[in-house]
Design a protein around this ligand. Sequence first.
Ligand code: TXA
Ligand code: MG
Length: 323
Amino acid sequence: METLIGGYELLDYAAELIKGGELVAFPTETVYGLGANAFDVEAVNKIFIAKGRPQDNPLIVHIPEYKNSLEIAEGIPDEAYMLWMKYSPGPLTLVLKKKPVVPNIVTAGYDTVAIRIPNNKTALELLVRCALPVAAPSANLSGRVSSTEAKHVYDDLKGRIPLILDGGQCLVGIESTVLDLTKNIPVVLRPGYITAEELSHTIGNVINHKGEIINAESPGMKYSHYMPSCPCVAVSSSDSAISIYDSHKQAVIVGTDKFIECCGQRDNISLGSSPEECMRSFFKVLRNAEENYAYIILESFEGRKDYYALNNRLFKSAQGIVF
Ligand code: TXA
Ligand code: MG
């Protein structure tokens, strides 16, 4: 299959593909998504095949406006509307009780459905033109680094999908916060750009995500994620970075400007200097590092509040190995 890449001018074609049961990769503010008509079992099955994704990992359903949630969820609590007032469109996914009309393949058999309203012009326009809820995981091969540019999607999925909508670089750069609103106290299943503290400002008590690699609450968390194709470790000091660097061939140090400065004249790629910059560049830098080096050394942000969500991804890329 030939994979076409194009911009806004292909939106109508993209909507036709989705309505016709095909897959389309599209930009969001977090990462690129790989979308299919959420009501079409065969179309959704194509997502799992294209990504090589385990069938027991449920998908997020994307809608253009919170009102559309009524088509797919029931018993929606007030907290959901309070959060949508403040954060929609935005990098927040709410897990709600699902309506029977949502196929089990989307929710991996759970009686809940994850819903998100992405803050991206192309994504919203696509959702409006499809006039359908669109199930979409991140547009990468399962287990691999998420895609924050159309090229990343192409590298992973060329020949497997008919169309990639190119919306440039994703502005947030890491996936949405996933909040389960079906529990007595809402639970953050996956940390993201919007923090548990921020959520609790709007809805009161929220159970924080602890940062463990295995989290029984979020089915997706038990699989390995964000793994570069070469060895990758995290370090909590520039001294560790230097000693590991010096004992490996073709190593590269990845971190903030400040951290890299402390590592002297060694090969490096900067993530930037602010938490926002670092989040935005993280997956792109990882892809760049794995292409050009044989060993990746990542600055750990353990204990730094502003980098909490980024450190969650970074820790997984390093498979929990921190020196
Ligand atoms: O930012 C994002 O959320 C991106 C963009 C494309 O929207 N999407 C994304 O999808 O990250 P994915 O499939 O890579 O991650 C979805 C996460 C997984 O951890 C999955 O287990 C969880 O959401 N999830 C989905 N449905 C769920 C449900 N019903 N209950 C609990 N967790 C759910
Ligand atoms: Mg993913």
